[in-house]
Design a protein around this ligand. Structure first.
Ligand SMILES: [Ca+2]
Length: 508
């Protein structure tokens, strides 16, 4: 068409052409208009980040995301262990509804028809891809495999393995010889970033994003980093150098602190941790921090790819971890406690154009809130039985209270002793704007009450003090009401069945 002839076109004809495009868009679901999602999850990462106020952590890239988006200051997992937490997050249901209360199980064994978060996006037209650990994996043994992941959730799955998995096992220092994933273990590797699994994940993410940039379909790209999960293996240079061993702080007055904590609250302690000396504690802390900074650099590489490819303006970025992690607080290490260090997680959401970007949300929120949030932001059809709330109102106004509480649970007991199993029970922690209230076995095995305004480190259990009796009673009722929302409509926790599905046949 010549310029002359184009100028002769009437507005009517131009309108017809525009209408035809819009109509075609609607007919095809208008997918290219919907935002992409870059979902980044780290493993066993607590709130040791600069943006969460940690004085030592060097996390410039996670901090940069916090500046770009909304930081949820009081975000909690539903269960402080990889498998139950990840199944909960990725189905939008509490563990009492997924039925998944331990690792090495997946919701397809209990509620096989439930749509997962990435699966809902995939079935609604998104390209859904996974790189690394999204559902449970044994670390480090399952690195480089599909682990306990869910094939129905993705169209593309990439499982790179680096020197940390393939070459360096013999070099690792560990509290229990031959074990690395469940025990404190660490190694300052002489190999640089690109040789490590998380470095390879970032490179794969760059490769996938390059291809996503060329297609019209929106994408849901999930990147699951393995660090800082044990073994804390990261490049020595520069990351271990950021944290001189003799500068690593040790927790003091542990035995005094433990006096008012019920036994169940401390039951995640492992006997092997008796082997820890102050020198070993400092080594652990150095290696954990170094692993965080290494993982942070890989987050930066992925976000840089997104920016460089011009995808940032239409891509929602989520950054979180599956649960928190103790480094000696209350005498505890690793996970499986209901204290802040083990149950609280970093959670950042960068939604382009959201009014609250750059702000901090203080109200307690939960991992189960991510599914409804992303579904609303992307107009993706979500299952009707999701148990969380949408965080979109907080992305618009950071002072929004929403549900106003968050619930975390953990199982105790059920271990084999002299041939018989000990009785098992749950601990539930309810966080409100001010309090953390906990009942172990409905209070039979103890209660805890911490005032986060006055005691954010949870050093003083107020549950037995008469002046807090009314608060305790009110929180106990609120806890009971909250727990009631975690069950399926039947009220019966699904039982775990053996795996019966075949790969790629998991769609309902
Ligand atoms: Ca984990």
């Amino acid at each position: 068409m010549s310029l002359y002839r184009f100028s002769q076109c009437s507005l009517y004809h131009v309108s017809l052409v525009v209408f035809a495009f819009v109509w075609a868009g609607i007919a095809s679901g208008q997918q290219s208009e919907r935002p992409n999602v870059l979902f980044i999850i780290s493993d066993d990462l607590n709130n040791f980040q600069g943006c969460y106020g940690d004085p030592l952590a060097r996390t410039p890239n996670i901090d940069r995301l916090a500046e770009r988006g909304v930081l949820f200051d009081r975000s909690y997992c539903t269960y402080p262990l990889c498998g139950p937490s990840r199944n909960s997050l990725l189905t939008g249901l509490y563990p009492n509804s997924t039925g998944i209360l331990q690792n090495s199980q997946i919701f397809r064994q209990t509620i096989p028809q439930q749509l997962s978060l990435p699966q809902a996006f995939r079935l609604d037209g998104y390209f859904a891809a996974r790189i690394g650990k999204l559902y449970h994996y044994n670390v480090p043994k399952s690195i480089g495999t599909n682990g306990h992941d869910d094939p129905g959730s993705w169209e593309l799955e990439l499982n790179p393995a680096g020197v940390d998995r393939l070459e360096e096992e013999a070099e690792i220092t560990t509290l229990t010889p031959g074990q690395f994933g469940g025990t404190l273990s660490w190694y300052a590797s002489p190999k640089s970033d690109e040789h490590h699994t998380d470095g390879l994940l970032a490179a794969d993410a760059n490769w996938v994003l390059q291809r996503c940039a060329k297609q019209s379909r929106p994408f849901f790209l999930a990147v699951g980093f393995y660090r800082p999960h044990t073994p804390y293996v990261a490049p020595r240079d520069p990351y271990f150098g950021f944290y001189p061993k003799d500068k690593m702080p040790l927790i003091q007055n542990v035995s005094e602190d433990q006096k008012d904590i019920p036994a169940a609250g401390l039951a995640s302690y492992k006997r092997e941790q008796d082997k820890l000396t102050d020198a070993l504690r400092r080594e652990c802390l150095q290696a954990y921090y170094a692993s965080i900074s290494f993982m942070d650099a890989q987050v930066g590489a992925v976000v840089d790819s997104l920016d460089r490819l011009g995808l940032s303006d239409n891509t929602i970025i989520v950054f979180t971890s599956d649960h928190g992690y103790h480094m000696g607080e209350h005498g505890l290490w690793q996970k499986m406690s209901l204290f802040e260090q083990s149950s609280r997680v970093p959670m950042l959401i960068v939604a382009p154009g959201a009014k609250a970007n750059g702000s901090i949300v203080k109200t307690p929120v939960s991992h189960v809130d991510l599914f409804p949030t992303l579904a609303e932001l992307c107009q993706v059809k979500a299952p009707a039985n999701l148990q969380g709330q949408s965080l979109v109102p907080m992305l618009e106004d950071a002072s929004t209270i929403g549900r106003g509480w968050s619930l975390t649970q953990v199982k105790r007991g059920g271990t084999r002793k002299q041939g018989a199993r000990t009785p098992s029970f749950f601990g539930y922690s309810l966080r409100t704007e001010r309090w953390r209230y906990t009942e172990w076995d409905s209070g039979e095995q103890g209660t805890e009450l911490y005032d986060h305004h006055a005691d954010p480190q949870e050093l003083h259990n107020l549950a037995s003090l008469p002046e807090h009796a009314a608060t305790l009673q009110q929180l106990s009722q609120q806890l009971e009401n909250a727990v009631a929302t975690t069950f399926p409509e039947s009220g019966v926790t699904p039982a775990v069945r053996p795996v019966t599905w075949a790969p790629n046949l998991t769609d309902p």
